[in-house]
Write a protein that binds this ligand. Structure first.
Ligand code: ADP
Ligand code: ZN
Ligand code: ZN
Length: 707
């Protein structure tokens, strides 16, 4: 006999591939509504779970049932609502992961560790003041282009693609749309996503400055992985309870519980960081579209260089395409204050002396700007001093012993470091193979650029007669907490004349005094095997160009023009031609034509299965076996899904793990989904067969970004 009145089915994080089903059942004394957070026993531990559904089991349990009881209920937190649960369930299904894994990953980590009493104590802490309803704050006047976008967003259902040049005032449009939405409905909430944490501090100030006076000091909260666990929990609870009106976050914020969600903004929607690269490999942008539709929230995607997927989805109706795309495209071509976009200067490196890093005309241009007190930015997407060290006598190269990659030479701390597995050694004085002292760096990284520029500009003076100052920002200089903020502040305050860095400096920052941006070696991406490389390079260069000349008044006062320099061995390449005219639509049209002819995204849908093993042979054998099994079983969807043969990854071995993958492609997303769902159990069973013993893991990546 049992006193339990109901059986609840709980989503929880089970060890992956443990064979435990998606939901586990527990007995509860009281009926618990779906979405309730509970603590339940799992083996010898007690873990957090989310009640997914319940059976009324009046009276007693079936004979011999060994249901364990729920250990505790986090009743200080309202149950997660149906839209949130549906989002999680959809993401798990679509990206081929366990429901419990996605549900738990979507919750703030600290929630997992708190017992109900601890949480109750935390919830009792006072929340910051309530909304202040002074409605006398002036709005800044929108430009005609901004106003037109605002009106269309207010009038139509969306989703919207806000296609606006860098500095056209997209952020102002987001702010205004959010404000109107929140003023019209006191329970409404807005979610604003940005690609990376390093962009958030500046944006956060802007949002707090705008919304705290209107909706109270606690109205804006952030959600990103740079926060401490207690901060994240606090933001999460504020969003979940509705006290936060605006959540500003990175991709993880797409899973925030927002009962009043009415608006989702995805800023820089083309940015690859919206795609999660481990666990459930979700696209926060794509989930935002789904969530907006399900929860009745408007969705605005914004970019100066939209992804080709979003660009295609927002194509206007045409004679041979009367429907057009699903999104509404809104165009803001002009920069605020009639500022001009950077003039693009291409340097043909075939005409320069061999091994030139900074061509003479570029160096001259930087020198002149330093002398006038203007700032320049030099972009190189490779950190360290040199990508490899080599021996002149025997040809030895600084290969990582654990990866199929070179160890990068870092001069500052005299190390060779593998950027894939982290393996680090001291720089040797002699060649480890032949003992020769004649070992040299090959190629350039940001450290070397900084050093060379220092030497080249050593005689150059600023207007105040002090020497030019050079700074570098990349993943190495910003490891310490607060380092990036401090370094950016130096740039903003004008302490730096030339900023050298990786793509970290190219995106989002609202630099006011940068008038020249240079990409010194951008060619690498032109001939990559990844079909998205050109698209990414174009976006990066356009973003980088957008850092120059952002303050029209400053430009006018200086009497200067902003410039984007590109040093290239292929200066006439289509990517640089389109860059020269800032013509994203032309670039997109050309790329889409190629994609359509080759039946590639957005004209086809893709997924990858990756296998990791001790040997490449085992990894590929697994992929071959699951392919054969799929055909043997005649799985649904297979007639319209193409399975390509397994291949090693470009970087085949990382940390002594061999990696292989195979691509699946279909013109039908639904068919690909049907196939993947049916295939999942085949992958599971094949994996446990003895002949695949050396397999470490396999994973599925739906809509992969890099192939
Ligand atoms: P984007 O997000 O498109 O790069 P921002 O919204 O950051 O552009 O705007 C660029 C700059 O112009 C910012 O400094 C912003 O404060 C300013 N700005 C935006 N809209 C207006 C406006 N309507 N009037 C005056 N300044 C504006
Ligand atoms: Zn040697
Ligand atoms: Zn390595």
């Amino acid at each position: 006999m049992s006193i339990y009145s109901s059986i609840v089915h709980v989503a929880l994080q089970t060890p992956s591939h443990s064979g435990v089903g998606d939901l586990l059942s527990y007995a509860s004394e009281h009926p618990l509504p779906p979405g309730t957070l509970v603590r339940v026993p799992l083996g010898t531990r007690e873990v957090l779970g989310v009640v997914w559904d319940a059976d009324e089991a009046p009276g007693e349990l079936p004979d011999g049932a060994t249901l364990r009881p729920v250990a505790g209920v986090l009743d200080g937190v309202a149950p997660l609502d149906l839209p949130w649960r549906r989002l999680v369930a959809f993401a798990a299904r679509y990206y081929q992961r366990a429901l419990g894994e996605v549900a738990l990953a979507a919750l703030p980590p600290q929630l997992r560790d708190l017992r109900p009493e601890q949480l109750a104590r935390r919830l009792r802490r006072p929340v910051k003041g309530a909304a202040d309803t002074s409605d006398t704050i002036e709005n800044i006047a929108l430009t005609a282009e901004q106003e037109s976008a605002r009106v269309q967003i207010a009038a139509a259902k969306g989703p919207f693609l806000l296609f606006g040049s860098t500095g056209s005032g997209k952020t102002e449009v987001y702010l205004r749309c959010a404000q109107e939405m929140l003023e019209a409905d006191p329970t409404a909430q807005a979610l604003v996503m940005v690609p990376e944490i390093n962009l958030t501090p500046q944006l956060e100030e802007r949002f707090v400055g705008r919304f705290a006076p209107r909706f109270g000091p606690g109205a804006v909260v952030s959600l990103h992985s740079g926060m401490t666990n207690p901060q994240r929990l606090k933001s999460w609870l504020a969003a979940h309870s509705g006290s936060a009106r605006i959540v500003l976050g990175t991709r993880m914020a797409v899973f925030a519980s927002l009962p009043g969600l009415k608006l989702i903004v995805v800023d820089e929607e083309h940015d690859p960081s919206y795609k999660q690269q481990e666990g459930a490999r979700y696209s926060a942008r794509d989930l935002a579209i789904w969530r907006g539709r399900e929860q009745g929230a408007k969705v605005i995607l914004g970019s100066a260089t939209p992804s080709l997927e979003s660009w295609y989805a927002s194509r206007p109706p045409a004679a041979d395409d009367p429907e057009g795309g699903r999104y509404l495209r809104l165009h803001m071509p002009s920069r605020i204050g009639a500022g001009a976009l950077a003039r693009v200067r291409r340097v043909d490196m075939n005409q320069q002396p061999r091994r030139t890093v900074f061509s003479a005309p570029l160096l001259q241009a930087i020198t002149e700007r330093v002398a006038r007190g203007e700032q320049s930015m030099v972009l190189l997407n490779r950190r360290g001093y040199a990508p490899v060290l080599h021996c002149v006598d025997c040809g030895w190269k600084s290969d990582c012993p654990h990866c199929s990659a070179h160890q990068v030479f870092h001069k500052t701390d005299r190390t060779l470091r593998c950027h894939h597995c982290g393996y680090t050694v001291r720089v040797p004085f002699h060649c480890p193979t032949c003992g020769s002292p004649d070992i040299h760096p090959m190629g350039k990284g940001t450290e070397q650029l900084e050093e060379q520029l220092g030497a080249l500009l050593s005689e150059v003076l600023r207007p105040d007669r002090t020497p030019a100052r050079i700074a570098r920002i990349d993943a190495d200089t910003t490891k310490a907490k607060g380092a990036l903020e401090a370094q950016l502040a130096q740039v903003h305050s004008g302490e730096v004349d030339v900023l050298v860095g990786t793509q970290m400096i190219a995106k989002g920052h609202d630099f006011r005094r940068i008038t020249l941006v240079a990409a010194v070696q951008p060619d690498g991406a032109l001939f990559s095997s990844d079909f998205r490389a050109a698209e990414r390079l174009f976006a990066l260069l356009m973003q980088a160009a957008g850092r120059a000349g952002r303050d029209a008044a400053y430009m006018a006062a200086q009497g200067t023009q902003c410039e984007m320099w590109v040093q290239s061995f292929h200066p006439k390449h289509a990517v640089y031609e389109a860059l020269r005219t800032h013509d994203y639509p032309a670039f997109a049209a050309q790329q889409l034509k190629e994609r359509e002819e080759a039946a590639m995204p957005p004209f086809a849908y893709q997924a990858l299965v990756r296998a990791d093993a001790r040997t490449q042979d085992v990894a590929q054998r697994f992929l071959t076996a699951v392919t054969a099994a799929a055909h043997a079983a005649g799985l649904p969807g297979l007639d319209v899904v193409t399975l390509f043969p397994p291949v090693p990854l470009t970087i085949q071995r990382v940390a002594n793990v061999e990696r292989a993958q195979m691509l699946m492609e279909s013109s039908s997303r639904a068919a690909l989904q049907r196939f993947l769902a049916a295939w999942q159990p085949v992958l599971q069973t094949t994996r446990s067969q003895p002949e695949h013993k050396g397999l470490i893991r396999w994973l599925v990546d739906v809509d992969p970004l890099a192939i």
